[in-house]
Design a protein. Structure first.
Ligand SMILES: NC(=O)C1=CN([C@@H]2O[C@H](COP(=O)(O)OP(=O)(O)OC[C@H]3O[C@@H](n4cnc5c(N)ncnc54)[C@H](OP(=O)(O)O)[C@@H]3O)[C@@H](O)[C@H]2O)C=CC1
Ligand SMILES: N[C@@H](CC=O)C(=O)O
Length: 348
């Protein structure tokens, strides 16, 4: 009897929105892990797009995009994208985050590095949680800890019947890196520029410096832990000065020097007292708040190096001593790896 031909694996169309630090690293990773079940057909930045129904080579995307057609920055995809296909949001766009529930309603899987899906308005997070299921998944591993197993751990604990009592941690890779070893001698603004060059910072570094990025991550964690927090319920201690806060995008770099005095002096004082500064997020019975804290150097929150995130979780089973998770919490490669993990989970 003639052998039946093996069934061909189903191919999913893939759209990638955002080809910056993270999007480019994802393209490199896709090139290294050639996956025949993924067909990259739509790639866009805020100004240009490429549509290739025959599929694009990840390594050819940047050049193709430079020659691509105009793009309005919206979330509309080609008409042939439908149920089972995948859209990756590697932007920080508020407009695109509002598309996450719409894409899920269209039957698409969504994979996001953009924290404004789950860490923006509570109503949106609720819609996403209601809509996501095995047929239309929502991949969020990159949104907190750049893929560290934070969300998976919280969900695992809850699935096992635990109640989460508190979450405390260093959630910003940029701020961790800025304060690691900082004693105020170097202009803080120079360090911020270096963090931007390392690819740790948000497209607008004020989103890191204002504590807004940490607020979003704490919201994502607390909501995953079963607490439907509104954004306004997180108290935020911003590092920005009024001038930096109000600066137009072109003027941000020049206004960064406003931070040199206040933050440099605070760091120098902490160093003189044998202390260190860390930007800490806390969610516990007293509420949710994020801000700069002065800690002893061997405080568990101060022991991470570089862009490490470090998070302690108290739950029913971890009541006396918390479960702790630490590792690099920002950077193109770890974030792209987390996006690819989510993509491959959709194929599994
Ligand atoms: N960097 C990191 O370590 C981590 C980043 N993230 C998240 O990843 C996301 C991307 O960060 P990063 O790559 O560093 O940022 P970049 O600024 O390097 O890149 C952002 C990309 O998004 C594009 N973009 C912006 N708006 C739109 C839009 N409306 N439609 C299509 N494309 C758009 C930009 O296009 P253009 O060039 O035209 O402006 C650019 O290509 C952010 O949400 C960030 O929070 C998450 C974890 C870690
Ligand atoms: N800007 C963010 C990037 C990762 O989420 C950070 O510094 O943590």
């Amino acid at each position: 009897m003639e052998a039946l031909p093996a069934a061909l694996p189903a191919t999913r169309r893939v759209a990638l929105l955002g080809v910056g630090t993270v999007g480019r690293a994802l393209l490199d990773r896709l090139a290294d892990h050639a996956e025949p079940r993924l067909s990259l057909q739509w790639v866009a930045n805020s100004r240009r797009h490429v549509h290739a129904p025959q599929g694009l080579s990840p390594l050819a995307c940047a050049a193709a995009l430079a020659e691509g057609g105009a793009h309005d920055g919206g979330g509309a995809l080609p008409a042939d994208f439908g149920p089972g296909d995948i859209v990756i949001d590697a932007t920080a766009s508020a407009e695109l985050a509002a598309w996450h529930p719409r894409w899920l309603r269209q039957g698409l899987h969504v994979v996001s590095a953009n924290k404004l899906g789950l860490g923006g308005p509570l109503l949106r997070q609720h819609e996403i949680a209601q809509l996501a299921n095995a047929q239309r998944r929502y991949g969020d591993a990159a949104t907190v800890g750049a893929g560290l197993p934070l969300l998976a751990t919280l969900r695992g604990l809850r699935a096992g019947g635990d109640r989460i009592g508190a979450i405390v941690g260093v959630l910003s890779g940029t701020l961790a890196w800025l304060f690691d070893g900082y004693d105020g001698r170097e202009p803080f603004s120079d360090r911020v520029r270096a963090a931007v060059a390392q690819g740790y910072a948000e497209p607008d570094p004020r989103v890191d410096l204002s504590g807004e990025d940490v607020r979003r991550k704490l919201l994502i964690l607390a909501r995953a832990a079963g607490y439907p927090l509104e954004s306004e319920e997180v108290r935020v201690d911003s590092l920005l000065t009024p001038r930096l806060q109000a600066a137009t995008p072109d003027a941000v770099d020049g206004a960064l020097q406003d931070l040199d005095g206040p933050i440099g002096e605070r760091a120098a004082r902490a160093a003189r007292d044998g202390r260190v500064l860390r930007y800490v997020a806390r969610f516990d019975a007293a509420g949710a708040r994020v801000g700069l804290e002065t800690l002893v150097p061997d405080d568990p929150l101060a022991v991470g190096r570089g862009c490490d995130n470090r998070v302690a979780i108290w739950s029913t089973r971890y009541r006396d001593r918390p479960l702790q998770i630490q590792g690099p919490g920002a950077g193109a490669e770890v974030t792209a790896a987390a996006l690819l993990d989510d993509l491959l989970r959709i194929l599994a």
